[in-house]
Design a protein around this ligand. Structure first.
Ligand SMILES: Cc1cc2nc3c(=O)[nH]c(=O)nc-3n(C[C@H](O)[C@H](O)[C@H](O)COP(=O)(O)OP(=O)(O)OC[C@H]3O[C@@H](n4cnc5c(N)ncnc54)[C@H](O)[C@@H]3O)c2cc1C
Ligand code: SF4
Length: 567
Protein backbone atom coordinates (compact mmCIF):
# COMPACT_ATOMS: atom_id res chain seq x y z
CA UNK A 1 0.00 0.00 0.00
CA UNK A 2 1.17 3.49 -0.74
CA UNK A 3 2.27 5.02 2.56
CA UNK A 4 0.98 8.45 1.50
CA UNK A 5 -2.48 7.15 2.28
CA UNK A 6 -1.73 7.96 5.91
CA UNK A 7 -1.03 11.61 5.20
CA UNK A 8 -3.78 13.92 6.24
CA UNK A 9 -5.25 16.00 3.42
CA UNK A 10 -4.22 19.61 3.94
CA UNK A 11 -6.99 21.41 5.81
CA UNK A 12 -7.84 25.07 5.29
CA UNK A 13 -7.01 25.92 8.89
CA UNK A 14 -3.52 24.51 8.48
CA UNK A 15 -2.86 26.31 5.22
CA UNK A 16 -4.05 29.73 6.50
CA UNK A 17 -1.08 32.06 6.24
CA UNK A 18 -0.39 35.26 8.22
CA UNK A 19 -1.68 38.18 6.17
CA UNK A 20 0.30 41.34 5.37
CA UNK A 21 -2.77 43.54 4.90
CA UNK A 22 -1.82 47.27 4.83
CA UNK A 23 -2.86 49.11 7.99
CA UNK A 24 -5.49 51.87 7.84
CA UNK A 25 -2.91 54.58 8.59
CA UNK A 26 -0.05 54.28 6.18
CA UNK A 27 3.26 54.71 7.93
CA UNK A 28 6.72 55.13 6.60
CA UNK A 29 7.86 51.91 8.18
CA UNK A 30 5.39 49.10 7.58
CA UNK A 31 4.46 47.20 10.75
CA UNK A 32 5.43 43.56 10.85
CA UNK A 33 2.52 41.42 9.69
CA UNK A 34 0.27 40.21 12.52
CA UNK A 35 -0.77 36.58 12.52
CA UNK A 36 -4.49 36.15 12.02
CA UNK A 37 -6.37 34.99 15.11
CA UNK A 38 -7.26 31.33 14.76
CA UNK A 39 -10.34 30.94 12.58
CA UNK A 40 -13.27 29.84 14.73
CA UNK A 41 -13.70 26.32 13.58
CA UNK A 42 -16.69 24.03 13.68
CA UNK A 43 -14.54 21.13 12.56
CA UNK A 44 -14.20 18.39 15.17
CA UNK A 45 -11.42 16.02 15.98
CA UNK A 46 -12.75 12.46 16.10
CA UNK A 47 -10.31 10.26 17.99
CA UNK A 48 -10.55 6.58 17.01
CA UNK A 49 -8.55 4.03 19.01
CA UNK A 50 -7.38 0.61 17.83
CA UNK A 51 -10.23 -1.21 19.59
CA UNK A 52 -12.87 0.96 17.88
CA UNK A 53 -12.61 -0.17 14.27
CA UNK A 54 -16.30 -0.16 13.43
CA UNK A 55 -17.19 1.63 10.20
CA UNK A 56 -20.78 1.73 11.37
CA UNK A 57 -20.07 3.27 14.79
CA UNK A 58 -22.06 6.35 15.87
CA UNK A 59 -18.90 8.48 15.74
CA UNK A 60 -18.24 7.57 12.10
CA UNK A 61 -21.88 8.09 11.14
CA UNK A 62 -21.76 11.52 12.78
CA UNK A 63 -18.75 12.80 10.81
CA UNK A 64 -19.17 16.05 8.87
CA UNK A 65 -16.96 16.83 5.84
CA UNK A 66 -14.69 19.16 7.82
CA UNK A 67 -14.13 16.76 10.71
CA UNK A 68 -10.83 14.95 10.99
CA UNK A 69 -10.40 11.43 12.30
CA UNK A 70 -7.24 11.05 14.37
CA UNK A 71 -5.68 7.60 14.64
CA UNK A 72 -2.40 7.07 16.47
CA UNK A 73 0.15 4.29 16.64
CA UNK A 74 2.02 5.08 19.84
CA UNK A 75 4.90 3.10 21.31
CA UNK A 76 3.70 3.60 24.87
CA UNK A 77 0.69 1.34 24.29
CA UNK A 78 3.01 -1.60 23.63
CA UNK A 79 5.34 -0.75 26.48
CA UNK A 80 3.35 0.17 29.59
CA UNK A 81 2.72 -3.54 29.82
CA UNK A 82 4.94 -5.61 27.51
CA UNK A 83 2.78 -6.39 24.49
CA UNK A 84 3.14 -9.58 22.44
CA UNK A 85 4.49 -8.98 18.91
CA UNK A 86 1.32 -10.47 17.45
CA UNK A 87 -0.94 -8.28 19.58
CA UNK A 88 0.81 -5.07 18.53
CA UNK A 89 1.00 -6.17 14.89
CA UNK A 90 -2.68 -7.08 14.86
CA UNK A 91 -3.81 -3.76 16.33
CA UNK A 92 -1.60 -1.62 14.10
CA UNK A 93 -2.33 -3.53 10.92
CA UNK A 94 -6.10 -3.51 11.55
CA UNK A 95 -5.89 0.23 12.27
CA UNK A 96 -4.07 0.92 8.99
CA UNK A 97 -6.60 -1.13 7.04
CA UNK A 98 -9.42 0.72 8.78
CA UNK A 99 -7.86 4.12 8.03
CA UNK A 100 -7.56 3.14 4.38
CA UNK A 101 -11.27 2.28 4.33
CA UNK A 102 -12.14 5.64 5.87
CA UNK A 103 -10.04 7.44 3.29
CA UNK A 104 -11.78 5.48 0.54
CA UNK A 105 -15.01 6.93 1.88
CA UNK A 106 -13.48 10.42 1.51
CA UNK A 107 -13.18 10.87 5.26
CA UNK A 108 -10.31 13.07 6.35
CA UNK A 109 -7.82 11.05 8.39
CA UNK A 110 -4.81 12.22 10.35
CA UNK A 111 -2.94 8.95 10.82
CA UNK A 112 0.19 8.97 12.95
CA UNK A 113 2.41 6.02 12.12
CA UNK A 114 4.63 4.37 14.71
CA UNK A 115 7.82 5.54 12.99
CA UNK A 116 6.68 9.06 12.09
CA UNK A 117 9.63 11.20 13.26
CA UNK A 118 7.20 13.66 14.88
CA UNK A 119 5.38 10.93 16.79
CA UNK A 120 5.69 11.70 20.53
CA UNK A 121 4.88 8.11 21.50
CA UNK A 122 1.81 8.62 23.72
CA UNK A 123 -1.90 9.28 23.13
CA UNK A 124 -2.01 12.34 25.35
CA UNK A 125 0.75 14.25 23.61
CA UNK A 126 -0.44 13.17 20.15
CA UNK A 127 -4.00 14.38 20.71
CA UNK A 128 -2.65 17.65 22.13
CA UNK A 129 -0.42 18.00 19.05
CA UNK A 130 -3.38 17.43 16.70
CA UNK A 131 -5.46 19.94 18.68
CA UNK A 132 -2.72 22.56 18.40
CA UNK A 133 -2.55 22.06 14.62
CA UNK A 134 -6.26 21.74 13.84
CA UNK A 135 -7.89 23.85 16.56
CA UNK A 136 -11.01 21.71 16.60
CA UNK A 137 -14.23 22.98 18.14
CA UNK A 138 -14.64 19.68 19.97
CA UNK A 139 -12.88 16.40 20.59
CA UNK A 140 -15.20 13.44 20.06
CA UNK A 141 -14.49 9.87 20.92
CA UNK A 142 -16.41 6.64 21.34
CA UNK A 143 -16.43 5.55 24.99
CA UNK A 144 -12.94 4.08 25.45
CA UNK A 145 -12.32 0.57 26.75
CA UNK A 146 -10.15 1.59 29.66
CA UNK A 147 -10.28 3.85 32.72
CA UNK A 148 -6.70 4.92 31.96
CA UNK A 149 -7.67 6.16 28.48
CA UNK A 150 -10.78 7.91 29.81
CA UNK A 151 -8.65 9.77 32.38
CA UNK A 152 -6.16 10.70 29.63
CA UNK A 153 -8.95 12.18 27.45
CA UNK A 154 -10.17 14.23 30.39
CA UNK A 155 -6.65 15.54 30.98
CA UNK A 156 -6.40 16.59 27.32
CA UNK A 157 -9.76 18.35 27.62
CA UNK A 158 -8.58 20.22 30.72
CA UNK A 159 -5.19 21.18 29.33
CA UNK A 160 -6.42 22.30 25.89
CA UNK A 161 -9.75 23.78 27.02
CA UNK A 162 -11.41 22.02 24.07
CA UNK A 163 -14.73 20.38 24.96
CA UNK A 164 -14.75 16.59 24.99
CA UNK A 165 -17.77 14.58 23.87
CA UNK A 166 -17.88 10.86 24.66
CA UNK A 167 -20.19 8.98 22.35
CA UNK A 168 -21.87 5.73 23.41
CA UNK A 169 -20.31 2.46 22.35
CA UNK A 170 -23.20 0.78 20.56
CA UNK A 171 -21.28 -2.44 20.14
CA UNK A 172 -22.53 -3.86 23.45
CA UNK A 173 -25.97 -5.13 24.43
CA UNK A 174 -25.89 -3.48 27.86
CA UNK A 175 -25.03 0.08 28.81
CA UNK A 176 -23.12 0.94 31.97
CA UNK A 177 -26.33 2.43 33.44
CA UNK A 178 -28.32 -0.72 32.71
CA UNK A 179 -25.69 -2.88 34.35
CA UNK A 180 -25.51 -0.59 37.39
CA UNK A 181 -29.31 -0.78 37.74
CA UNK A 182 -29.16 -4.58 37.58
CA UNK A 183 -26.30 -4.75 40.11
CA UNK A 184 -27.81 -2.26 42.57
CA UNK A 185 -28.36 -3.73 46.00
CA UNK A 186 -26.75 -7.06 45.14
CA UNK A 187 -24.09 -8.27 47.51
CA UNK A 188 -22.44 -10.52 45.02
CA UNK A 189 -22.92 -10.40 41.27
CA UNK A 190 -23.86 -13.78 39.85
CA UNK A 191 -23.31 -14.04 36.11
CA UNK A 192 -26.04 -16.64 35.69
CA UNK A 193 -28.78 -14.24 36.85
CA UNK A 194 -27.44 -11.49 34.63
CA UNK A 195 -27.31 -13.92 31.72
CA UNK A 196 -30.98 -14.89 32.10
CA UNK A 197 -31.91 -11.21 31.97
CA UNK A 198 -29.85 -10.89 28.79
CA UNK A 199 -31.63 -13.85 27.24
CA UNK A 200 -35.00 -12.29 28.03
CA UNK A 201 -33.87 -8.92 26.72
CA UNK A 202 -32.42 -10.17 23.44
CA UNK A 203 -34.97 -12.96 22.92
CA UNK A 204 -32.04 -15.20 21.93
CA UNK A 205 -32.92 -18.88 22.36
CA UNK A 206 -36.26 -18.04 23.94
CA UNK A 207 -39.68 -19.47 23.18
CA UNK A 208 -42.75 -17.26 23.53
CA UNK A 209 -42.73 -13.68 24.66
CA UNK A 210 -43.29 -11.46 27.67
CA UNK A 211 -43.54 -13.02 31.12
CA UNK A 212 -44.37 -16.46 29.73
CA UNK A 213 -41.17 -16.62 27.64
CA UNK A 214 -39.18 -19.79 28.31
CA UNK A 215 -35.64 -20.78 27.39
CA UNK A 216 -35.40 -22.99 24.33
CA UNK A 217 -35.05 -26.61 25.42
CA UNK A 218 -36.49 -25.62 28.84
CA UNK A 219 -32.97 -25.11 30.17
CA UNK A 220 -31.10 -21.85 30.64
CA UNK A 221 -27.70 -23.37 30.80
CA UNK A 222 -26.06 -26.53 29.47
CA UNK A 223 -22.84 -25.97 31.38
CA UNK A 224 -22.97 -29.36 33.13
CA UNK A 225 -23.15 -31.21 29.79
CA UNK A 226 -20.26 -29.14 28.50
CA UNK A 227 -17.36 -30.40 30.57
CA UNK A 228 -16.37 -33.44 28.60
CA UNK A 229 -12.72 -34.45 28.39
CA UNK A 230 -11.39 -36.21 25.31
CA UNK A 231 -10.85 -39.93 25.54
CA UNK A 232 -7.37 -41.43 25.29
CA UNK A 233 -7.46 -41.05 21.49
CA UNK A 234 -7.80 -37.30 21.73
CA UNK A 235 -10.14 -34.92 19.95
CA UNK A 236 -12.69 -36.60 17.72
CA UNK A 237 -13.58 -35.33 15.16
CA UNK A 238 -10.12 -33.95 14.57
CA UNK A 239 -10.41 -30.15 14.73
CA UNK A 240 -9.93 -28.50 11.34
CA UNK A 241 -7.16 -25.95 11.18
CA UNK A 242 -8.96 -22.59 11.37
CA UNK A 243 -8.84 -20.24 8.39
CA UNK A 244 -5.78 -18.04 8.50
CA UNK A 245 -4.76 -14.90 6.68
CA UNK A 246 -1.46 -14.24 4.95
CA UNK A 247 0.60 -11.19 5.78
CA UNK A 248 -0.25 -8.47 3.27
CA UNK A 249 1.76 -5.39 2.37
CA UNK A 250 0.22 -3.27 5.13
CA UNK A 251 1.06 -5.84 7.79
CA UNK A 252 4.60 -6.09 6.44
CA UNK A 253 4.95 -2.30 6.67
CA UNK A 254 3.78 -2.47 10.28
CA UNK A 255 6.37 -5.13 11.02
CA UNK A 256 9.10 -3.02 9.48
CA UNK A 257 8.06 -0.02 11.62
CA UNK A 258 7.94 -2.21 14.73
CA UNK A 259 11.42 -3.50 14.03
CA UNK A 260 12.68 0.07 14.12
CA UNK A 261 10.65 1.41 17.06
CA UNK A 262 9.69 -1.62 19.18
CA UNK A 263 12.39 -4.22 18.55
CA UNK A 264 12.14 -5.99 21.92
CA UNK A 265 8.54 -7.07 22.24
CA UNK A 266 7.90 -10.56 23.66
CA UNK A 267 6.46 -13.47 21.70
CA UNK A 268 6.98 -14.73 18.21
CA UNK A 269 5.54 -13.32 14.99
CA UNK A 270 6.16 -16.36 12.76
CA UNK A 271 2.67 -17.82 12.91
CA UNK A 272 0.80 -14.51 12.57
CA UNK A 273 -2.48 -15.22 10.78
CA UNK A 274 -5.09 -13.10 12.60
CA UNK A 275 -7.87 -11.32 10.71
CA UNK A 276 -6.95 -7.67 10.20
CA UNK A 277 -10.02 -6.49 8.26
CA UNK A 278 -13.75 -6.87 8.70
CA UNK A 279 -13.85 -9.04 5.59
CA UNK A 280 -11.31 -11.43 7.09
CA UNK A 281 -13.08 -11.37 10.45
CA UNK A 282 -16.32 -12.37 8.72
CA UNK A 283 -14.48 -15.22 6.99
CA UNK A 284 -13.24 -16.33 10.42
CA UNK A 285 -16.80 -16.25 11.77
CA UNK A 286 -18.05 -18.35 8.83
CA UNK A 287 -15.26 -20.83 9.39
CA UNK A 288 -16.19 -21.25 13.06
CA UNK A 289 -19.92 -21.58 12.41
CA UNK A 290 -19.38 -24.13 9.66
CA UNK A 291 -16.64 -26.30 11.11
CA UNK A 292 -16.28 -25.89 14.89
CA UNK A 293 -19.48 -24.61 16.50
CA UNK A 294 -21.17 -28.03 16.59
CA UNK A 295 -18.50 -29.40 18.94
CA UNK A 296 -17.85 -26.16 20.80
CA UNK A 297 -20.14 -26.85 23.77
CA UNK A 298 -19.28 -30.41 24.70
CA UNK A 299 -15.49 -29.91 24.65
CA UNK A 300 -15.33 -26.28 25.77
CA UNK A 301 -13.22 -27.16 28.82
CA UNK A 302 -10.97 -29.81 27.28
CA UNK A 303 -7.29 -29.34 26.37
CA UNK A 304 -4.93 -31.32 24.17
CA UNK A 305 -1.23 -30.99 23.34
CA UNK A 306 -0.60 -29.51 19.90
CA UNK A 307 -4.25 -28.43 19.50
CA UNK A 308 -4.33 -24.75 20.42
CA UNK A 309 -7.77 -23.95 19.05
CA UNK A 310 -9.80 -27.18 19.28
CA UNK A 311 -13.43 -26.12 18.63
CA UNK A 312 -13.15 -22.58 19.99
CA UNK A 313 -14.17 -19.63 17.86
CA UNK A 314 -10.94 -17.55 18.07
CA UNK A 315 -13.12 -14.52 17.44
CA UNK A 316 -12.27 -12.54 20.58
CA UNK A 317 -9.70 -10.23 18.96
CA UNK A 318 -12.06 -9.36 16.09
CA UNK A 319 -14.87 -8.77 18.56
CA UNK A 320 -12.74 -6.62 20.84
CA UNK A 321 -11.42 -4.49 17.97
CA UNK A 322 -15.05 -4.20 16.75
CA UNK A 323 -14.37 -5.82 13.41
CA UNK A 324 -17.25 -8.12 14.33
CA UNK A 325 -20.47 -7.28 16.07
CA UNK A 326 -21.54 -9.61 18.90
CA UNK A 327 -25.11 -9.60 17.56
CA UNK A 328 -24.08 -11.06 14.20
CA UNK A 329 -21.97 -13.71 15.97
CA UNK A 330 -24.87 -14.82 18.20
CA UNK A 331 -27.40 -14.68 15.38
CA UNK A 332 -25.25 -16.74 13.04
CA UNK A 333 -24.87 -19.37 15.77
CA UNK A 334 -28.62 -19.41 16.46
CA UNK A 335 -29.35 -19.79 12.73
CA UNK A 336 -27.06 -22.78 12.74
CA UNK A 337 -29.09 -24.37 15.54
CA UNK A 338 -32.37 -23.56 13.82
CA UNK A 339 -31.23 -25.10 10.58
CA UNK A 340 -30.15 -28.26 12.40
CA UNK A 341 -26.41 -27.79 11.89
CA UNK A 342 -25.36 -27.33 15.51
CA UNK A 343 -26.83 -28.74 18.74
CA UNK A 344 -28.49 -26.48 21.28
CA UNK A 345 -25.86 -27.24 23.95
CA UNK A 346 -23.13 -25.74 21.73
CA UNK A 347 -25.12 -22.76 20.55
CA UNK A 348 -26.34 -21.92 24.04
CA UNK A 349 -22.76 -22.14 25.35
CA UNK A 350 -21.46 -19.79 22.67
CA UNK A 351 -24.30 -17.29 23.13
CA UNK A 352 -23.73 -17.43 26.92
CA UNK A 353 -20.07 -16.51 26.53
CA UNK A 354 -21.00 -13.47 24.48
CA UNK A 355 -24.22 -12.04 25.93
CA UNK A 356 -23.39 -13.43 29.37
CA UNK A 357 -19.73 -13.42 30.35
CA UNK A 358 -18.50 -10.79 27.91
CA UNK A 359 -21.17 -8.25 28.85
CA UNK A 360 -20.96 -9.18 32.54
CA UNK A 361 -17.22 -8.55 32.88
CA UNK A 362 -17.56 -5.24 31.03
CA UNK A 363 -20.35 -4.23 33.40
CA UNK A 364 -18.20 -5.09 36.42
CA UNK A 365 -15.21 -3.18 35.03
CA UNK A 366 -17.09 0.09 34.62
CA UNK A 367 -19.22 -0.37 37.75
CA UNK A 368 -16.32 -0.93 40.11
CA UNK A 369 -14.21 2.03 39.05
CA UNK A 370 -10.46 2.45 38.50
CA UNK A 371 -9.64 1.25 42.04
CA UNK A 372 -10.78 -2.23 41.03
CA UNK A 373 -7.33 -2.79 39.53
CA UNK A 374 -5.69 -2.35 42.94
CA UNK A 375 -7.70 -4.97 44.82
CA UNK A 376 -5.81 -7.85 46.33
CA UNK A 377 -8.41 -9.63 48.45
CA UNK A 378 -6.23 -12.66 49.22
CA UNK A 379 -3.17 -10.51 49.87
CA UNK A 380 -0.86 -12.32 47.43
CA UNK A 381 2.46 -10.61 46.76
CA UNK A 382 4.64 -12.89 44.61
CA UNK A 383 6.41 -12.07 41.34
CA UNK A 384 5.32 -13.79 38.15
CA UNK A 385 7.76 -16.66 37.46
CA UNK A 386 10.14 -16.12 34.55
CA UNK A 387 8.76 -19.08 32.62
CA UNK A 388 5.64 -17.04 31.82
CA UNK A 389 7.94 -15.17 29.40
CA UNK A 390 10.00 -18.10 28.10
CA UNK A 391 7.96 -21.34 28.53
CA UNK A 392 11.15 -22.85 29.94
CA UNK A 393 9.76 -25.17 32.59
CA UNK A 394 9.59 -28.89 33.20
CA UNK A 395 5.87 -28.75 33.98
CA UNK A 396 4.30 -30.10 30.79
CA UNK A 397 1.00 -28.25 31.25
CA UNK A 398 2.65 -24.86 31.75
CA UNK A 399 5.12 -25.47 28.93
CA UNK A 400 2.27 -26.24 26.53
CA UNK A 401 0.01 -23.36 27.52
CA UNK A 402 2.66 -20.65 27.92
CA UNK A 403 4.49 -21.90 24.80
CA UNK A 404 1.29 -21.58 22.82
CA UNK A 405 0.76 -18.02 24.05
CA UNK A 406 4.32 -17.07 23.05
CA UNK A 407 3.82 -18.66 19.62
CA UNK A 408 0.35 -17.35 18.82
CA UNK A 409 -0.87 -14.78 21.37
CA UNK A 410 -3.79 -17.10 22.06
CA UNK A 411 -4.95 -19.59 24.67
CA UNK A 412 -8.50 -20.77 25.11
CA UNK A 413 -10.51 -20.02 28.22
CA UNK A 414 -9.67 -23.14 30.23
CA UNK A 415 -5.96 -22.86 29.43
CA UNK A 416 -6.11 -19.29 30.75
CA UNK A 417 -8.30 -20.02 33.77
CA UNK A 418 -7.22 -23.48 34.87
CA UNK A 419 -3.58 -23.73 33.79
CA UNK A 420 -1.73 -20.40 33.61
CA UNK A 421 -4.29 -18.68 35.86
CA UNK A 422 -4.66 -21.46 38.40
CA UNK A 423 -0.89 -21.72 38.79
CA UNK A 424 -0.56 -17.99 39.46
CA UNK A 425 -3.43 -18.12 41.98
CA UNK A 426 -2.26 -21.10 44.01
CA UNK A 427 1.44 -20.21 43.95
CA UNK A 428 0.68 -16.72 45.30
CA UNK A 429 1.48 -14.29 42.48
CA UNK A 430 0.39 -10.66 42.89
CA UNK A 431 -2.92 -10.20 41.02
CA UNK A 432 -1.71 -7.15 39.10
CA UNK A 433 1.40 -8.98 37.84
CA UNK A 434 -0.91 -11.67 36.50
CA UNK A 435 -3.44 -9.35 34.90
CA UNK A 436 -0.69 -7.29 33.22
CA UNK A 437 0.68 -10.50 31.71
CA UNK A 438 -2.75 -11.44 30.32
CA UNK A 439 -3.35 -7.92 29.05
CA UNK A 440 -0.14 -7.76 27.04
CA UNK A 441 0.40 -11.35 25.97
CA UNK A 442 -2.93 -12.19 24.32
CA UNK A 443 -4.06 -10.77 20.99
CA UNK A 444 -7.49 -10.02 22.48
CA UNK A 445 -6.11 -8.18 25.53
CA UNK A 446 -8.15 -5.06 26.33
CA UNK A 447 -8.39 -3.82 29.91
CA UNK A 448 -12.20 -3.96 30.38
CA UNK A 449 -12.20 -7.68 29.61
CA UNK A 450 -8.76 -8.79 30.83
CA UNK A 451 -8.93 -7.23 34.28
CA UNK A 452 -12.18 -8.74 35.66
CA UNK A 453 -11.19 -12.10 34.17
CA UNK A 454 -7.65 -12.11 35.53
CA UNK A 455 -7.98 -10.20 38.79
CA UNK A 456 -11.54 -11.34 39.50
CA UNK A 457 -12.18 -14.74 37.99
CA UNK A 458 -8.64 -16.14 38.19
CA UNK A 459 -7.10 -14.47 41.21
CA UNK A 460 -10.25 -14.10 43.33
CA UNK A 461 -8.78 -10.77 44.40
CA UNK A 462 -11.76 -8.50 43.76
CA UNK A 463 -13.71 -8.60 47.01
CA UNK A 464 -15.32 -5.21 47.57
CA UNK A 465 -13.87 -3.50 50.65
CA UNK A 466 -17.39 -3.25 52.12
CA UNK A 467 -18.59 -6.72 51.10
CA UNK A 468 -20.64 -8.59 53.66
CA UNK A 469 -19.16 -11.49 55.64
CA UNK A 470 -19.03 -14.66 53.63
CA UNK A 471 -18.40 -12.90 50.31
CA UNK A 472 -14.78 -13.42 49.30
CA UNK A 473 -14.88 -12.24 45.67
CA UNK A 474 -17.07 -10.37 43.21
CA UNK A 475 -16.82 -11.98 39.77
CA UNK A 476 -16.43 -15.47 41.22
CA UNK A 477 -18.32 -16.88 44.17
CA UNK A 478 -15.26 -18.94 45.08
CA UNK A 479 -11.70 -19.33 43.79
CA UNK A 480 -11.24 -21.67 40.82
CA UNK A 481 -8.29 -23.36 42.57
CA UNK A 482 -7.48 -26.85 41.28
CA UNK A 483 -4.85 -29.52 41.78
CA UNK A 484 -2.92 -31.38 39.07
CA UNK A 485 -5.71 -33.97 39.03
CA UNK A 486 -8.03 -31.50 37.30
CA UNK A 487 -5.44 -30.94 34.58
CA UNK A 488 -4.95 -34.69 34.24
CA UNK A 489 -8.71 -35.18 33.79
CA UNK A 490 -9.20 -32.42 31.22
CA UNK A 491 -6.07 -32.83 29.09
CA UNK A 492 -3.25 -35.15 28.07
CA UNK A 493 -0.56 -32.83 29.44
CA UNK A 494 0.30 -35.06 32.41
CA UNK A 495 1.01 -38.10 30.20
CA UNK A 496 4.42 -36.81 29.23
CA UNK A 497 5.28 -34.91 32.37
CA UNK A 498 8.04 -35.82 34.80
CA UNK A 499 5.65 -35.12 37.70
CA UNK A 500 2.68 -37.14 38.93
CA UNK A 501 -0.52 -35.13 39.32
CA UNK A 502 -1.78 -37.12 42.33
CA UNK A 503 1.45 -36.75 44.33
CA UNK A 504 1.96 -33.92 46.76
CA UNK A 505 5.26 -34.96 48.29
CA UNK A 506 8.51 -36.50 47.15
CA UNK A 507 10.58 -36.00 43.98
CA UNK A 508 7.63 -36.66 41.61
CA UNK A 509 5.24 -34.34 43.44
CA UNK A 510 3.30 -32.25 40.94
CA UNK A 511 3.97 -28.55 41.68
CA UNK A 512 0.34 -27.75 40.85
CA UNK A 513 -0.85 -30.21 43.48
CA UNK A 514 1.66 -29.01 46.10
CA UNK A 515 0.61 -25.38 45.54
CA UNK A 516 -3.07 -26.34 45.58
CA UNK A 517 -2.85 -27.74 49.09
CA UNK A 518 -0.58 -24.94 50.22
CA UNK A 519 -3.11 -22.40 48.87
CA UNK A 520 -5.91 -23.95 50.89
CA UNK A 521 -3.74 -23.98 54.03
CA UNK A 522 -2.51 -20.39 53.49
CA UNK A 523 -5.91 -18.88 52.77
CA UNK A 524 -7.92 -21.11 55.08
CA UNK A 525 -8.97 -18.36 57.48
CA UNK A 526 -10.01 -15.93 54.76
CA UNK A 527 -11.92 -18.54 52.77
CA UNK A 528 -13.54 -20.14 55.82
CA UNK A 529 -16.17 -17.39 55.71
CA UNK A 530 -17.23 -18.57 52.26
CA UNK A 531 -19.92 -21.25 52.48
CA UNK A 532 -19.02 -22.63 49.06
CA UNK A 533 -15.56 -23.48 50.39
CA UNK A 534 -16.78 -25.45 53.41
CA UNK A 535 -16.55 -28.91 51.82
CA UNK A 536 -13.14 -28.22 50.28
CA UNK A 537 -11.70 -26.86 53.51
CA UNK A 538 -12.83 -29.98 55.33
CA UNK A 539 -10.24 -31.82 53.26
CA UNK A 540 -7.56 -29.53 54.69
CA UNK A 541 -8.73 -30.26 58.21
CA UNK A 542 -8.28 -33.97 57.54
CA UNK A 543 -4.53 -33.46 57.00
CA UNK A 544 -2.40 -33.90 60.10
CA UNK A 545 -0.48 -30.82 61.33
CA UNK A 546 2.77 -32.55 60.29
CA UNK A 547 1.55 -33.02 56.73
CA UNK A 548 0.32 -29.44 56.59
CA UNK A 549 3.72 -28.18 57.78
CA UNK A 550 5.51 -30.32 55.21
CA UNK A 551 3.31 -28.95 52.40
CA UNK A 552 4.06 -25.40 53.55
CA UNK A 553 7.82 -26.11 53.57
CA UNK A 554 7.71 -27.76 50.11
CA UNK A 555 5.63 -24.94 48.64
CA UNK A 556 7.99 -22.29 50.04
CA UNK A 557 10.97 -24.09 48.50
CA UNK A 558 9.18 -24.31 45.16
CA UNK A 559 8.25 -20.62 45.29
CA UNK A 560 11.90 -19.76 45.88
CA UNK A 561 13.04 -22.01 43.04
CA UNK A 562 10.51 -20.51 40.61
CA UNK A 563 11.02 -16.92 41.71
CA UNK A 564 7.53 -16.37 43.16
CA UNK A 565 9.20 -14.12 45.73
CA UNK A 566 7.65 -10.92 47.14
CA UNK A 567 7.47 -8.11 44.58
C1 LIG B 1 -7.26 -14.85 32.93
C2 LIG B 1 -8.14 -14.59 31.77
C3 LIG B 1 -7.88 -13.51 30.96
C4 LIG B 1 -8.72 -13.24 29.88
N1 LIG B 1 -8.43 -12.17 29.11
C5 LIG B 1 -9.23 -11.89 28.05
C6 LIG B 1 -8.95 -10.79 27.22
O1 LIG B 1 -8.00 -10.05 27.44
N2 LIG B 1 -9.76 -10.57 26.17
C7 LIG B 1 -10.83 -11.37 25.89
O2 LIG B 1 -11.53 -11.12 24.92
N3 LIG B 1 -11.11 -12.40 26.68
C8 LIG B 1 -10.35 -12.70 27.74
N4 LIG B 1 -10.65 -13.77 28.53
C9 LIG B 1 -11.89 -14.51 28.30
C10 LIG B 1 -11.78 -15.73 27.38
O3 LIG B 1 -10.80 -16.59 27.86
C11 LIG B 1 -11.48 -15.33 25.94
O4 LIG B 1 -12.43 -14.40 25.49
C12 LIG B 1 -11.53 -16.53 25.01
O5 LIG B 1 -10.66 -17.53 25.46
C13 LIG B 1 -11.15 -16.07 23.62
O6 LIG B 1 -11.04 -17.15 22.76
P1 LIG B 1 -12.18 -17.49 21.71
O7 LIG B 1 -12.49 -16.30 20.90
O8 LIG B 1 -11.75 -18.72 21.01
O9 LIG B 1 -13.41 -17.75 22.67
P2 LIG B 1 -14.57 -18.81 22.67
O10 LIG B 1 -14.28 -19.83 23.68
O11 LIG B 1 -14.87 -19.26 21.31
O12 LIG B 1 -15.79 -17.93 23.21
C14 LIG B 1 -16.58 -17.10 22.35
C15 LIG B 1 -16.46 -15.65 22.73
O13 LIG B 1 -17.06 -15.44 23.99
C16 LIG B 1 -16.42 -14.35 24.65
N5 LIG B 1 -15.96 -14.83 25.96
C17 LIG B 1 -15.81 -16.11 26.36
N6 LIG B 1 -15.45 -16.16 27.66
C18 LIG B 1 -15.37 -14.89 28.08
C19 LIG B 1 -15.04 -14.29 29.31
N7 LIG B 1 -14.72 -15.00 30.40
N8 LIG B 1 -15.02 -12.95 29.37
C20 LIG B 1 -15.32 -12.20 28.30
N9 LIG B 1 -15.65 -12.72 27.10
C21 LIG B 1 -15.68 -14.04 27.00
C22 LIG B 1 -15.25 -13.94 23.79
O14 LIG B 1 -15.58 -12.79 23.09
C23 LIG B 1 -15.05 -15.13 22.86
O15 LIG B 1 -14.52 -14.76 21.61
C24 LIG B 1 -9.83 -14.07 29.62
C25 LIG B 1 -10.07 -15.16 30.44
C26 LIG B 1 -9.24 -15.42 31.51
C27 LIG B 1 -9.54 -16.59 32.39
S1 SF4 C 1 1.80 -33.58 36.39
FE1 SF4 C 1 1.37 -31.61 37.25
S2 SF4 C 1 2.91 -30.27 36.35
FE2 SF4 C 1 2.86 -32.11 35.12
S3 SF4 C 1 1.42 -31.67 33.48
FE3 SF4 C 1 0.25 -32.66 35.09
S4 SF4 C 1 -0.53 -30.99 36.30
FE4 SF4 C 1 1.10 -30.16 35.05
Amino acid sequence: MNPTVYKMPRSSSLSAKPSAKPSAKPSAKPLPPKPLPPKPSKARLAVVFGDQLDLDAAIIRSLAPDDTVLMMEVANESQYVPSHMQRTTLFLSAMRHFAAELIEQKIRVNYITLDDPKNTGAFETEIARACAALKPSEIVCTHPGEWRVMAMLERVRDSTGIPLRIMPDEHFFTTGEEFAAWAKGRNSLTMEFFYREQRRKTGYLMEGSGKSAKPTGDTWNFDKENRLPFGKQGPNPKPRIPSSFKLDEITREVLAAMKRVLPDLPGSIESFAWPVTRKQALASLNDFIKYRLANFGAYEDAMWTGEPTLYHSILSSSLNMKLLNPRECCERAIESYESGNAPLQSVEAFVRQIIGWREFVRGVYWLEGPEYADRNGLDQQGKLPDFYWTAETDMACMKACVGQVLDTGYGHHIQRLMVTGNFALISGVHPRAVSDWYLGMFVDGVDWVTLPNALGMVMHADRRPNATKGVTGLVGTKPYAASGKYIERMSNYCTNCKYKPAERSGPSACPVTVFYWDFLIRTREKLAQNQRMAMILKNVDRLTPQIQTQITIDANLLRKKLGVTPM
